[in-house]
Each structure stands twice: as C-alpha cells, then as structure tokens.
Design a protein around this ligand. Structure first.
Ligand code: HEC
Ligand code: HEC
Ligand code: HEC
Ligand code: HEC
Ligand code: HEC
Ligand code: HEC
Ligand code: HEC
Length: 311
C-alpha cells in the first residue's frame, strides 16, 4: 500500500474518533458483508446458469457479530481496513495479496493512545520467541483479533475474566493445529503434557495467565509482551505461593481489581488463595488451632495426674 494511501486512511480513521456518539451497533454498510460472513452458507447469482445457488462458507471466515459489537473497533466499516473491492463477489483474487494494517500503523505515535504504550509493547514483542521464530509471519493480530479485541486487563474487575480472555489467545493457537501451522512447520507440543509437573493444572490455568510464568514483569507496562524461551519460564511454586507473591506485581496489580478491595472482595481473592502460603492468615483459624492445642495439653495433663494418683 502506498504511503499516501495509508496516510489518507489514517486521517479518515482519526475522523472516526470524533464521532459524537459511540453506538454499540454494527455500521449499516457492514450488513452487506456480514450477510455472508456471519452465516454458514450464502447465496450467489450464477450468471452462466442464471440461477441462485447456495454455497457453504469457509467456517474460518465466519465472524461472530456479538464479539464484534463488544470490540474496540466496533464502529468501523469493514472497508476501513479491507479493500472496497470486497464489495463485489466473487472477490478479486489479487485481494489476497492486500497488505493489511497492523496495530502500530494506526496507533503508533498517537497521543490519544499513549497510555497503552504501543511502541514499547512492540519493542518487547520483538524480543519474544514468537517474533524470532516466524520471519515476520507472527504479527500482533495472531494474538489480537482486530475484529474482536477489547482491552480487558485494564477494564475488568473480574480476575477470572481477565485470565480467560488472555489465556484464550494462547490456547487458540497452542491447542489448535491449524492455526499453529500458520506460523510453524512443527507439531504443537501438548500443553497438558508440557505442564504435567504442575498440580491442578486446570485450576491454575483458570486463575493465572500463561504470561505470568512466561514473561518477566515489565513494571511500567500494563501487560508484559516478551514471551521467553521455555528454559526461562517460572517453575518455582513459592514465587506465587508466598506472602509476597509475584502475582501482586502482575495479575493483581490492576487498579480496577484493587478498587474492589473497598468492598472487601479483593482481599477475598487473595484470601481465597489460602493456598498462597502465608499470604493470608485467618485469625479465627489461628485462635481455633490455639484452643485445640491448649485443650490437648490440658487433656494430657489430666490424664497424667489420674495415672499418678492411681499408682
Ligand atoms: C456473497 C457472499 C460474500 C459477500 C457479500 C462478501 N464476502 Fe468476503 N468472502 C466470501 C467467501 C465465500 C470467501 C471465501 C473465499 C472466496 O470464495 O473468495 C470470502 C473471503 C473474504 C476474505 C478473505 C480473503 C482471503 O482469502 O484471505 C475477506 C477479507 C473478505 N471476504 C472480506 C469481505 C468484506 C470486507 C466484504 C464486504 C465489503 C465481503 N467480504 C463480502 C463471501 C462473501
Ligand atoms: C480494524 C481493522 C479491521 C476491520 C474493521 C475488519 N477487519 Fe477483517 N481482518 C483484519 C485483519 C488485520 C485481518 C487478518 C488477520 C490475520 O492476520 O490473521 C482480517 C481478516 C479477515 C478475514 C479472513 C479471516 C480471518 O479471520 O483471518 C475476513 C473474512 C474478514 N477479515 C472479514 C471482515 C469483515 C466482514 C469485516 C466487517 C464486519 C471486517 N473484516 C472488519 C482487520 C479488520
Ligand atoms: C486501521 C487502523 C487501526 C488498526 C489496524 C488498529 N486500530 Fe485500534 N483503534 C483505531 C481507532 C481509530 C480507534 C478508536 C475507535 C473508536 O473510538 O471508536 C481504535 C481503538 C482501539 C482501542 C481502544 C482505545 C481506547 O482507549 O478507547 C484499543 C485498545 C485498540 N484500538 C487496540 C488495537 C490493537 C491491539 C490493534 C492491533 C491488533 C489495533 N487496535 C489495530 C484504529 C486502528
Ligand atoms: C503472544 C500473544 C500476543 C502478541 C503477539 C501480542 N500481544 Fe498484546 N496482549 C496480549 C495479551 C495476553 C494481552 C492482555 C489482554 C488484556 O487483558 O487486555 C495483551 C494486551 C495488549 C494491549 C492492552 C494493554 C493495556 O495496557 O491495556 C495492547 C495495546 C497490546 N496488547 C498491543 C499489542 C501490539 C501492538 C502487539 C504487536 C506489536 C501485540 N500486542 C502482540 C498478547 C499478545
Ligand atoms: C505455573 C507456571 C506456568 C504457567 C501458568 C504456564 N506455563 Fe507454560 N511452561 C512453564 C514451564 C516451567 C515450562 C518449561 C517446562 C519444561 O521445560 O519442563 C513451560 C513450557 C511451555 C511451553 C514449551 C513447550 C515445549 O516443550 O516446546 C509452551 C508452548 C508453554 N509452556 C505454553 C503455555 C501456555 C499457552 C500457557 C497458558 C495456558 C502456559 N504455558 C502456562 C510454566 C508455566
Ligand atoms: C498463532 C499461534 C500462537 C499464538 C497465538 C501463541 N503462540 Fe506461543 N508459540 C507458537 C509457536 C509456533 C511457537 C514456536 C515453536 C518453535 O519453537 O518452533 C511458540 C512457542 C511458545 C513458547 C515456547 C518457546 C520455546 O522455548 O520452545 C512459549 C512459552 C509460548 N509459545 C507461549 C505462548 C503464550 C503465553 C501465548 C499467549 C500469550 C502464546 N504462546 C500464543 C505459536 C503461538
Ligand atoms: C504463577 C503463579 C503460580 C505458580 C508458579 C504456582 N501456583 Fe499454585 N496456584 C496459584 C493460584 C493463583 C492458585 C489458585 C488459588 C485460588 O484458589 O484462588 C493456585 C492453586 C494451587 C493449589 C490449590 C489447588 C486446589 O485444589 O485448590 C495447589 C495445591 C497449588 N497451587 C500448588 C502449586 C505447586 C505445587 C506449584 C509449583 C509446582 C504451584 N502451585 C505453582 C498460582 C501459582
């Protein structure tokens, strides 16, 4: 795509920012595309036979309209990102070669999005294993679907939701041979086997993000993006299961989650991890164990006294 065209598109897109009302509905002109791209089959008029024909849609090209509506780019027309030529079907074969914009093309160097630190994220991503293995094939969009993305960690106050949203990105490829092969010639290693040293794997994958163990926390960055080699992954249980769990600096650091501590829910997240050894001491349990201990001592002494008296 030529630089002028890119700049022009950018200006048009910036205009979108100033739309006075952000409607949560899909723009009308998208309905034409979605008539085909949100259903299992579609109809075309065959000029040669002069009949309508039903065809099957490639399941990987079916979009989820519910997820589009909740995504950050819901106000976009399809043709803001894809070529106008897609309005005709059969689509022109050359369109397959169309260079699509990445996050940085639109968000890089833009003050409006400074808090997201797109450029730093890109720098971190370029250090990651994914970037290194793939000869440029591994783009941001391999994790972030531009149709559906919504910033979750910084907005949600539900840890499970944050974890699920984040881990689903990894699962969508590491547990999916088809997608995995887009970026690798090799078999995808089975996650369950790779992590068989971790007890209660399913529970862990619901409560911590993959990135907790596979990146180092970059303090000023909301989400660490440097996925490191497996040799560098975190395996030490006490990193999380201890009083100063590293999770305080990663998963639990978000203000939106801590805000919940006002109604006590955040504390209960940490305390819920009574397994997070030492992170939380329950005073009632402490008292109870002290009472049991004293009662046992008293019991033993009484028993001893009676034995001495009997002798
Ligand atoms: C009549 C049904 C129909 C309509 C309308 C339609 N498409 Fe498609 N589209 C398809 C089918 C079927 C494919 C699968 C590939 C093919 O047959 O060309 C496809 C493929 C695509 C692809 C993937 C191309 C590739 O091979 O990488 C994109 C992107 C796309 N369409 C975008 C759009 C956009 C944007 C619109 C609206 C402006 C649109 N389509 C309207 C049926 C349709
Ligand atoms: C914000 C930009 C953006 C918008 C808006 C957008 N797309 Fe896409 N679309 C992309 C990108 C980027 C890809 C390539 C994804 C990749 O690299 O894997 C893509 C891929 C596709 C594909 C190929 C299948 C896939 O998921 O890889 C289809 C089909 C498609 N888009 C249809 C649509 C339709 C229909 C709309 C409107 C409802 C739309 N897109 C709106 C950026 C966008
Ligand atoms: C074609 C240009 C374009 C591309 C590509 C693009 N974005 Fe956006 N994005 C925008 C525009 C414009 C908005 C503002 C939309 C609005 O306010 O309705 C936006 C909004 C956002 C927001 C919400 C910002 C806020 O605080 O409201 C996030 C987060 C975001 N994009 C992330 C991404 C990510 C991640 C990618 C890559 C996977 C990406 N975008 C790709 C143009 C783009
Ligand atoms: C290996 C997967 C992966 C890749 C590749 C990736 N990201 Fe992310 N990214 C994530 C995860 C996981 C999150 C956390 C999602 C959430 O909760 O919002 C995230 C969050 C983000 C956020 C939101 C941060 C915030 O402060 O709220 C932005 C912006 C972002 N990524 C941009 C990018 C850009 C730009 C690229 C490419 C240079 C990229 N990402 C590549 C996995 C990835
Ligand atoms: C509790 C920490 C932890 C969590 C959570 C975790 N991993 Fe791992 N992961 C590791 C460790 C440690 C290794 C190295 C294992 C070894 O070499 O024996 C590893 C290895 C891997 C490998 C390398 C496989 C191979 O052999 O090539 C992949 C891929 C991987 N993890 C992906 C993930 C994904 C995806 C998630 C989230 C669903 C995840 N991990 C969650 C600690 C973790
Ligand atoms: C689009 C597919 C895709 C997505 C999405 C993806 N990965 Fe990967 N990942 C790969 C491939 C391919 C490899 C490299 C295998 C190789 O070394 O050949 C890999 C390698 C890894 C490795 C191991 C590197 C090593 O030393 O062998 C880890 C750890 C990892 N990914 C974690 C993650 C995490 C965490 C996420 C989500 C934030 C994620 N991946 C998202 C495809 C993906
Ligand atoms: C990345 C942080 C992290 C690491 C590393 C980690 N855990 Fe956990 N673990 C958690 C979290 C979070 C929970 C869920 C606590 C809760 O229930 O809220 C958990 C739960 C558990 C549970 C409780 C399961 C149950 O049945 O309720 C056990 C047992 C456990 N972990 C053992 C381990 C062992 C052993 C290791 C080292 C091999 C380990 N964990 C490594 C974060 C971690």
């Amino acid at each position: 795509m030529s630089a002028t065209f890119r700049n022009l598109t950018f200006v048009v897109l910036l205009g979108l920012l100033y739309l006075p009302v952000q409607s949560q509905t899909i723009p009308d002109d998208n309905k034409h595309c979605l008539k085909c791209h949100s259903s299992q089959s579609f109809t075309i008029f065959n000029k040669l036979t002069e009949h309508n024909q039903r065809r099957l849609m490639n399941p990987l090209y079916i979009l989820d309209t519910v997820q589009i509506k909740t995504g950050v780019h819901h106000s976009f027309s399809c043709t803001d990102c894809h070529s106008y030529e897609y309005e005709t079907y059969p689509h022109n074969g050359d369109l397959k070669l169309e260079q699509l914009m990445t996050c940085i093309d639109c968000h890089g160097g833009d003050e409006t999005y400074a808090s997201y630190q797109f450029e730093r994220i890109e720098d971190e991503f370029k250090k990651s294993v994914h970037f290194k293995i793939s000869d440029g094939q591994f783009t941001c969009s391999k994790c972030h679907n531009q149709h559906y993305y919504k910033a979750t960690a910084r907005n949600s106050d539900n840890i499970k939701e944050i974890v699920k949203f984040s881990n689903d990105m990894c699962f969508s490829c590491h547990n999916n041979m088809i997608k995995y092969q887009l970026v690798s010639e090799n078999q995808n290693p089975q996650l369950v086997q790779v992590h068989d040293w971790l007890p209660n794997q399913a529970l862990h994958f619901e409560h911590v993000r993959c990135i907790e163990c596979h990146t180092i926390v970059a303090d000023s960055l909301n989400v660490s993006h440097n996925i490191r080699k497996k040799e560098d992954a975190l395996k030490l249980c006490v990193e999380c299961h201890s009083a100063n769990s590293m999770l305080q600096a990663s998963l639990y650091k978000y203000k939106n989650i801590q805000a919940r501590s006002e109604d006590g829910t955040f504390n209960s997240i940490i305390s819920n991890s009574s397994y997070v050894i030492g992170a939380y001491q329950n005073p009632i349990l402490n008292l109870l164990s002290l009472i049991i201990f004293i009662a046992t001592l008293v019991g033993i002494s009484i028993h001893l006294i009676f034995r001495i008296i009997k002798k």
